[in-house]
Design a binder for this molecule. Structure first.
Ligand SMILES: NC(=O)c1ccc[n+]([C@@H]2O[C@H](COP(=O)([O-])OP(=O)(O)OC[C@H]3O[C@@H](n4cnc5c(N)ncnc54)[C@H](OP(=O)(O)O)[C@@H]3O)[C@@H](O)[C@H]2O)c1
Length: 336
């Protein structure tokens, strides 16, 4: 039986990967700090408590080695240096990075004040930010520290595959962007306003598609970088329709030419699309399209809300998406 260790395996990407490997007959261990976060569907997966900064705890979690190590909590060069001894005892290792590393010709990126403008689908050869060792939990530090982590892994020469996902969606998301639309449906809104005419595109990445790519990489170890995204890159308008259709809701689509109203998480003046041909060439086959893979996450959000939970609780990211009063005033003015 093949054995996998997933560092930070109780979160969004980890649980989808553990479920996929489990279904394929793997023995899977996951690490985290809180055993209560262990998803119910992962019966048969072993939870190992290990702090990400603790080399001894990580080493103990790996034990005698593994066929696959997946690191979902690698944000800095220091994290990557702690991953190397584990990668040396594994056949194949995956480090989860991010598309936030990419810069356009003007140096703009996913977290810059000016949104990036890429020439077309972004390949892995696109220039990246310069590596930095500053607070990684900041707009300036997230992408720069990911680059620093990537370089440590690539320079080691070990068979570590860097994956660069885009906007990850799925069951268990800490920041479930689809909630912006699911909440509107549950609130019975009869209209959806869409900034920029709903034309924004920021490529979604299903955790289930990352899991499919990880399983491919497990069988083809190597030192490389791969983009990871859904086979399609729907517009904000298309995402709105997919979600309304899945939840059996109909509403009037009101296309706002500017961004004064109707913001969504997928707004962008220029499309941000990842080229996934390198992953496909390696043998990866997606688990499904955006519409196919997002369904489970939508049902999860509905069940959370029906159970009284607020999926946006405590996350300022969601502030400003639900200004129903301003929308109603606009709609009332438009109908006069
Ligand atoms: N979500 C996105 O849209 C997105 C996009 C691009 C890239 N990524 C990358 O994807 C990776 C994983 O994201 P995710 O969405 O799966 O994360 P997540 O849902 O927040 O899960 C994080 C996992 O790591 C564990 N963890 C967190 N801090 C830890 C620590 N200090 N020590 C030990 N375990 C720790 C968590 O469990 P405990 O809290 O119990 O410890 C959990 O198992 C990250 O590297 C992120 O940069 C995410």
């Amino acid at each position: 039986m093949s054995k996998a260790l997933i560092i930070g395996g109780t979160g969004l990407i980890g649980r989808a990967t553990a479920a996929r490997l489990l279904a394929a007959g793997w023995e899977v261990d996951v690490t985290g700090r809180d055993p209560a976060r262990m998803p119910g569907e992962l019966a048969g997966v072993r939870f190992v408590r290990a702090e990400r900064d603790d080399a001894r705890q990580l080493g103990a979690a790996l034990g005698e080695g593994a066929d696959l190590v997946v690191d979902c909590v690698c944000y800095t060069a220091a994290h990557a240096r702690l991953l190397l001894p584990l990668a040396a005892d594994a056949t194949s290792t995956v480090l989860i990075s991010s598309k936030a590393v990419y810069v356009d010709d003007l140096g703009n990126h996913a977290n810059s004040d000016v949104p990036p403008r890429f020439d077309g689908p972004i390949r892995e050869t696109q220039p990246t930010l310069a590596p930095l060792d500053i607070d990684y939990d900041s707009r300036e530090g997230y992408g720069t520290n990911k680059v620093a982590a990537e370089l440590v892994a690539l320079d080691s020469g070990l068979p570590i595959t860097i994956l660069r996902p885009s906007r990850v969606h799925g069951v268990g998301a800490a920041r479930p962007r689809e909630w912006v639309l699911v909440k509107r449906v549950l609130d019975g809104r009869r209209a959806v306003l869409l900034a920029g005419g709903g034309s924004g595109v920021v490529h979604p990445t299903a955790a289930a598609n990352i899991a499919a790519l990880i399983e491919t990489v497990a069988h083809v170890p190597g030192s490389r970088v791969l983009n990871s995204a859904d086979p399609d890159a729907p517009t904000a308008l298309a995402i709105t329709r997919t979600i309304a259709r899945h939840l059996g809701h109909s509403w009037e689509e009101v296309l706002i030419p500017d961004d004064t109203l109707g913001r969504t998480p997928w707004d962008s003046p220029h499309p941000v699309v990842l080229d996934t041909s390198a992953a496909l060439a390696l043998g990866y086959r997606p688990a499904g399209s955006y519409a196919e893979t997002v369904a489970a996450g939508l049902d999860w959000l509905v069940s959370l809300a029906r159970g009284g939970a607020d999926p946006a609780a405590g996350d300022p990211y969601f502030d400003g998406f639900f200004d129903y009063a301003a929308e109603d005033a606009y709609l009332a003015g438009a109908s006069r």
